[in-house]
Ligand binder design. Structure first.
Ligand SMILES: Cc1cc2nc3c(=O)[nH]c(=O)nc-3n(C[C@H](O)[C@H](O)[C@H](O)COP(=O)(O)OP(=O)(O)OC[C@H]3O[C@@H](n4cnc5c(N)ncnc54)[C@H](O)[C@@H]3O)c2cc1C
Length: 428
């Protein structure tokens, strides 16, 4: 059986590696001159910056991605160290300025700032929602109903801003509880040694070692159909036939490539749902310093910052991501859809936050990257993902436009790929 994969991002390469191991004949087409999409490294001034991700796996060595990597035999070391996350709070009650002193609260103690009543309520809701997750409301709406306190909004915006690049008001409560459940189940984040590239390169090696071919600088311009079924893709004017086509470019871009859509049942509904998906946007600010700014390999959540949601310093786990004697620190901030046309102002606010958070410390801003539209943080906002199927038999979608339920970013991609491959296996 022949499978063609459109795009060599993490979703495409995971699918290609998994199907290679199952004996499929694989061909991957990538339009850029490099593989890895938003999950590879950019060497810059001796640092290993990245095309997207912050060199961090949300559930470290125990999550769905780590399991899938082990399953396909990818040789990657993923390190998780304590603390997995801390929360930075201004020292004085009611103060919102880190400059005048702050304390770092361990993530597992995030309940401490709640009133006693809210702590009791929280315990009750965590147990009761497991069996009966709330639906038809956002996580913020759920909080407004049950845990009205400034702290609830701050910590949830900071956590979901960091993890999903969304505000709590844009995360469906049901998805939020599935994510929380997964956090309890799989644990917190970890860093792949060698950064994102170590993972995508290992996957590409597996594909190639099974005889698969990965073409770079090769854009798929058309998905061809016959009798309503996907039969081939067109690259540089040449048609490449396949039994299965897996697209890693999101539902919307995939729908646009389908040639001859007329007469395919469910196509109009599919196109309209795919168009409705609003990619989540964000800004990443990469810093260099001689001395550590954070001092551990976990996440620093910053619920009192104006824009920055969280920061990590991956060199505390993998020093090879920076030149000797230097540290690489990366701050992430969610950009709400309303602010997408004013990225310069958002960047300025992010930089002001960093001055505040790291007041008195020396650092250099290495690179500022913004992500939206075609190169977003997530193609589909979490909780709104369509599944891996399309109305066209033989055509599937993977990647962060088709994440599995409760899967944060690449963990959701891994869940989606597992599901997609299972569907293909049942079919074949
Ligand atoms: C700032 C930022 C921080 C992030 N941090 C983290 C993090 O720390 N942890 C985490 O888990 N996730 C993180 N993410 C999310 C993660 O990076 C993405 O979810 C993931 O990399 C997306 O992979 P993908 O395979 O879905 O898509 P992509 O990586 O976008 O891959 C799609 C590929 O398809 C190619 N392509 C597009 N059109 C065509 C075509 N017509 N023909 C051929 N090829 C085509 C593209 O060039 C691309 O290489 C972050 C993302 C960003 C932007």
């Amino acid at each position: 059986m022949k499978a063609i994969v459109i795009g060599s991002g993490l979703g495409g390469l995971l699918s290609a590696a998994k199907l290679s191991k199952k004996g499929y004949d694989i061909e991957v087409f990538e339009r850029l001159p490099i593989i890895g999409g938003r999950f590879t490294n950019i060497p810059y001034k001796g640092f290993q910056l990245s095309t997207g991700a912050l060199h961090m796996l949300p559930h470290g060595p125990a999550g769905p991605l780590a399991q899938l990597l082990e399953d396909v035999g990818a040789d990657v070391e993923i390190i998780r160290r304590k603390p997995i996350a801390v929360i930075r709070i201004p020292r004085k009650k009611g103060d919102t300025d880190y400059k005048y002193g702050h304390k770092d609260l361990l993530f597992e103690n995030f309940r401490t700032p709640f009133t006693l009543l809210n702590r009791i309520k929280l315990m009750y809701y965590v147990v009761s929602t497991r069996k009966n997750p709330p639906s038809g409301q956002s996580f913020r709406q759920w909080c407004q109903k049950h845990l009205q306190q400034d702290w609830t909004y701050r910590i949830s915006d900071s956590f979901f801003g960091w993890a999903l690049s969304l505000k709590a008001a844009d995360v469906p409560a049901e998805e939020a509880f599935a994510i929380i459940e997964n956090l309890y189940h799989h644990g917190g984040p970890g860093v792949p040694m060698g950064g994102c590239k170590a993972i995508t390169d290992a996957l590409a090696n597996i594909v190639q070692s099974h005889g698969g071919i990965i073409h770079v600088s090769s854009e798929v311009t058309r998905i061809n159909t016959k009798d309503g079924k996907a039969i081939s893709v067109t690259v540089d004017g040449k048609e490449h036939p396949a039994d299965i086509i897996i697209s890693d470019i999101g539902h919307n871009a995939t729908a646009e490539l389908i040639y001859e859509k007329e007469g395919i049942a469910g196509m109009a509904d599919y196109i309209s749902k795919a168009k409705d998906l609003r990619p989540s946007a964000g800004i990443k600010i990469c810093l260099s310093s001689d001395k550590p700014l954070i001092g551990h390999g976990g996440v620093l959540l910053t619920p009192y910052a104006k824009r920055v949601n969280g920061i990590n310093e991956v060199t505390n786990i993998d020093p090879s991501l920076a030149p000797e004697g230097k540290h690489l620190t990366m701050a992430h901030q969610c950009v709400h859809w309303d602010d997408i046309n004013d990225l310069e102002k958002e960047i300025e606010l992010g930089l002001e936050d960093l001055k505040d958070i790291f007041a008195g410390k020396e650092y250099e801003v290495l690179l500022i990257q913004s992500y939206s539209n075609e190169w977003p943080v997530n193609r589909s906002p979490s909780g709104a993902d369509l599944n891996n199927r399309t109305p066209v038999p033989n055509l599937y979608v993977v990647g962060d436009g088709a994440k599995g339920k409760g899967g944060i970013e690449i963990e959701g991609i891994a869940l989606g790929v597992q599901n997609c491959v299972q569907e293909i296996m049942v079919r074949d």
